[in-house]
Ligand binder design. Structure first.
Ligand SMILES: C[S@@+](CC[C@H](N)C(=O)[O-])C[C@H]1O[C@@H](n2cnc3c(N)ncnc32)[C@H](O)[C@@H]1O
Length: 269
């Protein structure tokens, strides 16, 4: 008998589940989805994260407080929950929220009374170069049609040395926890969401988008490529969420822009 015939059959290679598709590449799909879930967005968030979202946003707001920016943009602000948390933690900061989904902005205004909200696409921001000292984007970048395009646009509207904070879902690094989390993400979560807001498909999209989104070293490399320096990653809640920070390089100032100033009192919602 040859070695090959006496050897035990090779164990099947363990395959990482692959995302079925990347629907975030279709902005109309993403926009329609968030407009549909806007009214129940906060409730579903709290239920699905078991209240952990409060802790993640507080963590982000603590960074903003430390940086003490004079002007802050919260991109993909949604119902304005991070913007309101940052504004409470740093009342001296002049902060604006931007999002391309008017019903989300309507929630931000009605529930949180946020005064400066702008309807805008993250890939074409209506702000002049270097307008902000800090920019936050929580659970928003993942949904944008081009991650490098959106990050370069963020670099453009930040001043040189300005701070970027990206908060988004990732996957736990421990294999057993990641496997368990995937069961929750792809099976339990869409079912719970279907019961709470009748939106199973929206929350199936969530799982797929998390699978395809860069995390850890890949995100740090992307930030460096897109005009940021000193990128750092911090895993929260065992890696379910990651918080990335970076500073805009001076070289990123060379990125041309034709965008005009925006009237910041316009909510567009
Ligand atoms: C998951 S919600 C996050 C909302 C909020 N940042 C939070 O932490 O709860 C994602 C938000 O990103 C917005 N969004 C997605 N793509 C966008 C884009 N290209 N430009 C502006 N907003 C976008 C959606 O409209 C939605 O309100």
């Amino acid at each position: 008998m040859t070695n090959s015939s006496s050897a035990p059959p090779a164990a099947p290679a363990i395959q990482e589940p692959q995302p079925r598709h990347r629907p975030a590449e279709d902005p109309a799909f993403v926009q329609a989805l968030f407009c549909r879930v806007a009214a129940r967005y906060d409730l579903v968030n709290t239920i699905l994260s078991g209240g952990l979202d409060w802790f993640w946003r507080r963590r982000a707001a603590a960074h903003i407080r430390r940086w003490a920016p004079a002007r802050l943009l919260d991109l993909a602000t949604g119902s304005g929950v991070l913007l309101a948390t940052c504004q409470r933690a740093s009342p001296e900061t002049w902060a604006v929220g931007a999002d391309f989904c008017p019903p989300m902005l309507a929630q931000a205004r009605a529930k949180r009374g946020l005064p400066r909200l702008v309807a805008a696409d993250g890939l074409r921001l209506p702000f002049a170069d270097g307008s902000f000292d800090a920019l936050t984007v929580a659970f928003g970048l993942r949904n944008m049609a081009s991650w490098p395009g959106a990050l370069r646009e963020m670099a453009r509207v930040l001043r040189p040395g300005g701070h970027l904070l990206v908060l988004d879902f990732s996957l736990p690094s421990r294999p057993w926890l990641r496997a368990l989390y995937r069961v929750y993400l792809h099976h339990c979560l869409p079912t719970i969401a279907a019961l709470v807001c009748g939106e199973r498909s929206a929350y199936r999209y969530l799982g797929d988008s998390i699978e395809s989104f860069p995390r850890g070293a890949a995100m740090l490399a992307l930030l460096t490529e897109c005009g940021f320096r000193a990128p750092r990653a911090e895993e929260l809640s065992a890696g379910i969420v990651s918080l990335y920070t970076a500073e805009r390089t001076v070289a990123a100032a060379a990125i041309p822009s034709s965008r005009a100033n925006c009237n910041l009192t316009t909510s567009g919602a």
